[in-house]
Design a protein around this ligand. Structure first.
Ligand code: NCD
Length: 311
């Protein structure tokens, strides 16, 4: 086993070997999802707490399914029902949860670094389910998993991420992961939505959509994260769609073997037309299915660093 830490805080601190180990483990869990009974006893006796301090439907559901399919005990905890709204600190909340003898904490928080803070203070393994605009490592992993289903060799693969990079934790995790596996990553969006100096992460930056996507194998679309923007980043949604929206015409610029990806939630009619969202090359729902298998792998590997498990 090459995985060095029981925590999954981000892809920045994972090696290529560790990433490949998670993806390979996910492959065996993916097979379970196609069986009539999609459940294994692997995590029996392991307790997982889902701590979602920020709205989430898809990621929370995906983690919960992964936990249940592995037969772990699951407790759900959301900010609105917790004592955090009564003024308790994050540290106190978590110490209380830990006193209940939880093995793994899955956490989403609006503050970048919140899961890192936690991981230094508790015994349980911490899995980051999205920390502010910083990282969303399980999304990055499920994206890598899905890309590898279509393109087994990532070396030299042309991936273009279009949209609101500035507010996207998905983009950051994808960039770390794709770079480590050898893909060529380009970013495209209005200058106000691409952080200055991001080229240092080893990516090319374009502000012209046609130039950016020409010959790309993977077109990865992001929504405008309007809830994170304080306003004023783009003149209007209509102008954004005109300059950066993807319609069927744009797909002709891609390489012949392209796929279209999106982490969801999609804003149909803004960054993507109905037609593109529903076309054969859009693998958006496959990403969702693969997400459950990847999260099963992450939980399994974390748990096996806590105590020996049967597979
Ligand atoms: C992403 C997120 O929360 O960062 N969505 C998700 O995980 N399902 C992307 C987004 O919100 O646009």
């Amino acid at each position: 086993m090459s995985l060095k830490s029981k925590h999954l805080l981000g892809l920045e601190d994972k090696t290529k070997g560790e990433i490949l180990e998670i993806l390979d483990t996910a492959k065996s869990f993916r097979k379970i999802l196609d069986r009539p009974v999609r459940k294994v006893p692997t995590l029996r006796g392991i307790t997982v707490a889902n701590l979602f301090f920020e709205a989430s439907t898809r990621t929370r559901t995906s983690f919960e399914l992964a936990e249940k399919r592995l037969s772990s005990e699951v407790v759900n905890f959301s900010a609105s029902t917790s004592s955090l709204s009564k003024g308790e600190s994050l540290r106190d909340t978590v110490e209380n949860i830990e006193a209940m003898q939880v093995d793994i904490v899955v956490m989403r928080h609006s503050a970048p670094g919140a899961p890192h803070f936690l991981s230094k203070r508790i015994k349980a393994a911490v899995v980051n389910a999205g920390d502010g605009t910083h990282e969303h490592p399980t999304q990055g992993l499920l994206d890598l998993y899905t890309i590898r289903e279509y393109f087994p060799k990532l070396e030299g693969l042309k991936v273009v991420i279009v949209g609101d990079i500035k507010h996207s934790r998905v983009a950051r995790s994808d960039i770390w992961g794709l770079n480590k596996l050898g893909a060529d990553v380009a970013l495209c969006g209005p200058p106000t939505l691409i952080p200055l100096g991001i080229e240092k992460m080893g990516v090319k930056v374009y502000h012209d959509l046609d130039k950016a996507i020409k010959g790309a194998n993977v077109l990865y679309l992001l929504r405008l994260q309007l809830e994170r923007q304080k306003g004023g980043f783009i003149p209007s949604l209509r102008e954004y769609t005109q300059l950066f929206g993807i319609n069927s015409e744009k797909l002709k610029l891609l390489s012949d073997d392209y796929i279209v990806m999106h982490p969801g939630p999609m804003n149909r009619g803004v960054e993507i037309t109905q037609e593109v969202a529903d076309c054969d090359r859009a693998v958006i729902l496959r990403q969702v299915t693969n997400g459950v298998a990847v999260r099963m792998a992450v939980l399994y590997l974390s748990a096996s660093l806590i105590r020996p498990l049967e597979k």
